[in-house]
Design a protein around this ligand. Structure first.
Ligand SMILES: CCCCC/C=C/C(=O)SCCNC(=O)CCNC(=O)[C@H](O)C(C)(C)COP(=O)(O)OP(=O)(O)OC[C@H]1O[C@@H](n2cnc3c(N)ncnc32)[C@H](O)[C@@H]1OP(=O)(O)O
Ligand SMILES: NC(=O)C1=CN([C@@H]2O[C@H](COP(=O)(O)OP(=O)(O)OC[C@H]3O[C@@H](n4cnc5c(N)ncnc54)[C@H](OP(=O)(O)O)[C@@H]3O)[C@@H](O)[C@H]2O)C=CC1
Length: 336
């Protein structure tokens, strides 16, 4: 991974950052750019092996004359004691914490009606409670008395998040948490902002959705007049083996988002990290409680969620306008 940055090298010399989820995807790009700018970075997530491998790889990017360093610390942000230990270890190691990037998180894709409480809780605990715990611990242990800057990575949930309702709810809550903390902690000199990425491609993000291939069958249901999948004995599509064949197609859901992105391409982690560095930097010294959408306008445009044709909606109230429309439709039908 080659780190590049539009910012002045040495901008973050002697600064210390914690980046959760800093070993993969967007987090890895953020870590690489912070290192390039001279920062001492602690990356934290659950999978120790992956953390160590990323730390080894990213340390190769640090030039011998740089003040930068990278340390991997295992931490499940859902666990209060582990978050406390992450913050304490960082302070033991570096003696300060200037920046926190709450990037660790994620979800699975599922219609809300099918979600188990355990799955709902896993996503809320990770994205909302995990972010809260990290913010609270760095505040209590360091930033309360010394100030600092925090960036929370959220998501494009502005029109809800159909198919991932749990993460939509959690990210909207983090956006609101960002505003509350911006006010509560202003007097400590803490700035806190959010970044809402559009659809960002990375190998690890893609792998998270590999089980979605079989969903392609379910997605076809609205288009089938019988409103259910056919069975093999009916000579139609659904069978276990047919489904197995589509296992590889899950990651295609990233590609399926492209028509809904005004840029007509996916975003990449290296297009999120400059926005994070900007919000951490002195260039953003008057910005707090804000959310920066980094989505090429995706949130203003189209949705991948298809609503099948239906007639389930309650009828409109009878009156002259409904009557007029009915007459018009009758006439049009007659003409056609
Ligand atoms: C396609 C375009 C997407 C655009 C937007 C993209 C956004 C992104 O965020 S991409 C980044 C993707 N990366 C990740 O999501 C990585 C982190 N994610 C996770 O670790 C998991 O998704 C997690 C948040 C659910 C946590 O997993 P884990 O720690 O393994 O949780 P548990 O084993 O405790 O499972 C709890 C519970 O959750 C339910 N569940 C988990 N996975 C699924 C699934 N694929 N389908 C349905 N339900 C799932 C399930 O109930 C689990 O419990 P059990 O029932 O006992 O298995
Ligand atoms: N890619 C996209 O299109 C978008 C991504 N996002 C968000 O951006 C962030 C980064 O995602 P991205 O890089 O794409 O995907 P990745 O799957 O590569 O990154 C998710 C990271 O979060 C870490 N993580 C997950 N759960 C925990 C936990 N309980 N404790 C500590 N770390 C955890 C993972 O590490 P480990 O498994 O080792 O714990 C992993 O490093 C996530 O919050 C994601 O939801 C938001 C909008 C769009």
């Amino acid at each position: 991974m080659a780190a590049r940055s539009v910012f002045r090298s040495g901008l973050f010399n002697d600064r210390v950052a914690i980046v959760t989820g800093g070993a993969t995807g967007i987090g890895k790009a953020i870590t690489a750019e912070l290192l390039h700018l001279g920062c001492r970075v602690v990356i934290a997530s659950r999978k120790a092996e992956r953390l160590e491998a990323a730390a080894g790889e990213l340390s190769q990017l640090i030039s011998p004359s740089s003040a930068a360093s990278i340390t991997a610390l295992q931490c499940n942000i859902r666990q209060e004691d582990q978050v406390r230990e992450l913050v304490a270890s960082t302070l033991r190691l570096h003696g300060r914490i200037d920046y926190l990037v709450n990037n660790g998180g994620g979800q699975f894709s599922s219609p809300a009606a099918n979600m188990k409480l355990k799955g709902w809780n896993a996503v809320i605990d990770t994205n909302l409670t995990g972010t809260f715990l990290c913010c609270r611990e760095v505040y209590r242990a360091w930033m309360k008395d010394h100030g600092g800057a925090i960036v929370n990575i959220i998501a494009d949930m502005w029109r809800g998040f159909p198919g991932m309702a749990h993460t939509g709810a959690a990210r909207a809550a983090v956006e609101n948490l960002t505003k509350s903390l911006a006010i509560e902690w202003a007097s400590s000199g803490i700035r806190i902002n959010s970044i809402a990425p559009g659809t960002i491609f990375s190998k690890t993000a893609m792998e998270n959705y590999k089980e979605l291939g079989p969903m392609i069958f379910q997605m076809a249901v609205p288009c089938i007049p019988a409103k259910r999948l056919g069975l093999p004995e009916e000579g139609t599509i659904f069978s276990k083996t047919a489904m197995e064949n589509y296992k590889e197609l899950g990651p295609m859901i990233f590609q399926m988002a492209v028509p809904c992105i005004p840029a007509k391409r996916l975003g990449f982690p290296e297009e999120i990290s400059p926005a994070v560095c900007f919000l951490l930097s002195p260039a953003a010294s008057f910005i707090s409680g804000a959310t920066l959408k980094v989505d090429a306008g995706q949130s203003l445009y189209d949705s991948v969620w298809e609503i099948p044709d239906h007639s389930s909606w309650p009828a409109p109230p009878e009156g002259e306008n409904v009557g007029a429309l009915r007459e018009l439709m009758k006439k049009l039908k007659h003409k056609l």
